[in-house]
Write a protein that binds this ligand. Structure first.
Ligand SMILES: Nc1nc2c(ncn2[C@@H]2O[C@H](COP(=O)(O)OP(=O)(O)OP(=O)(O)O)[C@@H](O)[C@H]2O)c(=O)[nH]1
Length: 337
């Protein structure tokens, strides 16, 4: 089909012909390296990491990236947004989509996180089920696998935290999961020790189609800087506080400015649900909030490769986890935007 049809010609095309014409135009404007010509054909696509909370999804994503993009913690439901990050290897671009852990929801936030994770499964080229080698296989896992079994894309099983488990445990997990889903492949990894991480990347890549580079060379994630900042700060709160405080925390990055000499100035507010939690988070003489700030600044300086001035304050938003509006304002769940 010719590349310069007039509007009149376009009006005469069927839907299929119009699709083909638009695709040919798009290809004509893409550079060779994007189309996978020249340097060799590119394999690329989207891969969803799903599983129960705490199964090690975000840690595995970071290990594949070789840098920290996703926040991790021992607190279940650490991940509250779908996060896309690009793992690059020669002639390969894998967009890994980290999703919130699927669980039985106790509030509006939990329900939204589940919706997000389930939604991502249906819109990718490959789905990877992350199963913690050390956590007893349970109804939660079975529930996720039932949903996965209906998908027509390749399904992979990754057994995580191999450094903590014996061979029998790993074997039992593989058996239990494989009775519910016919996996195209299985891989056992320890993201913490770097065991089989590269093999996992190669395995995933082998299931990707040939395609365009979905992300530009200099972009590792489509997550806005403000959101990464808010999440990095939230991670430090999760790691420093206990009991009900971690789940009640939401963080907003109010301003982020790059100043003279590369200094990045950030002002963020950490919200909790009750005055008592606010007291815990500030701590005696402001000790706790200072620690959170110091921890977060260290990570943020690594992220931006620049000095960071971090100004934190603490606010209260009563029962925000049951308010759809507040959940959206924080940017949690949904399509991650
Ligand atoms: N020993 C060991 N611990 C790990 C490994 N991978 C993850 N963990 C730990 O397991 C905990 C949960 O890891 P995350 O990566 O946050 O798990 P997640 O699946 O993203 O969790 P959610 O955000 O709740 O869905 C953290 O404390 C990690 O340090 C591993 O390979 N070995």
């Amino acid at each position: 089909m010719t590349n310069d049809l007039s509007q009149k010609d376009l009006d005469t095309l069927s839907d299929d012909e119009l699709d083909a014409y638009l695709a040919s135009l798009q290809d004509a404007h893409l550079p060779d390296e994007v189309l996978g010509q020249g340097a060799g054909e590119l394999k690329s696509g989207f891969v969803a990491l799903v599983g129960r909370p705490n199964s090690g999804k975000s840690t595995l994503l970071n290990a594949c990236m070789g840098e920290k993009i996703a926040i991790t913690s021992p607190v279940a439901q650490t991940t509250r947004r779908r996060l896309r990050a690009v793992v690059r290897r020669p002639n390969t671009q894998i967009v890994i989509v980290d999703t919130p852990g699927l669980h039985k929801p106790k509030d509006g936030l939990g329900a939204e996180l589940n919706r997000t994770a389930l939604g991502e499964m249906s819109d990718v080229d490959v789905v990877v089920f992350a199963l913690d080698a050390t956590a007893p296989f349970g109804r939660g896992d079975a529930w996720i696998l039932e949903r996965m079994s209906a998908l027509s894309v390749p399904k992979l099983l990754v057994i995580t935290k191999a450094d903590l488990a014996g061979q029998d445990q790993v074997h039992d997990q593989i058996q239990a999961a494989s009775t519910l889903v016919s996996f195209a492949d299985v891989m056992v990894v320890s993201a913490q020790e770097g065991f089989n991480v590269e093999a996992f990347v190669s395995l995933v890549a082998s299931y990707l189609p040939k395609g365009p580079a979905w992300f530009p060379e200099d972009m590792d994630t489509d997550e806005p800087d403000e959101m990464l900042v808010a999440e990095f700060i939230r991670e430090k709160v999760l790691r420093r506080t206990k009991e009900e405080v971690p789940h009640s925390v939401g963080v907003v990055c109010n301003t982020l400015e790059r100043g003279k000499g590369g200094l990045v100035r950030i002002h963020a507010t950490i919200y909790v649900e009750r005055e008592g939690q606010k007291g815990i988070l500030i701590g005696k003489g402001g000790e706790m909030i200072k620690r959170v700030g110091t921890d977060a600044r260290r990570d943020l300086e690594r992220l931006f490769g620049a000095r960071v001035y971090l100004d934190l304050d603490v606010g209260v938003k009563t029962r925000w986890r049951d308010s759809d509006r507040e959940i959206q304002l924080f940017g949690y769940g949904a399509d991650g935007s």
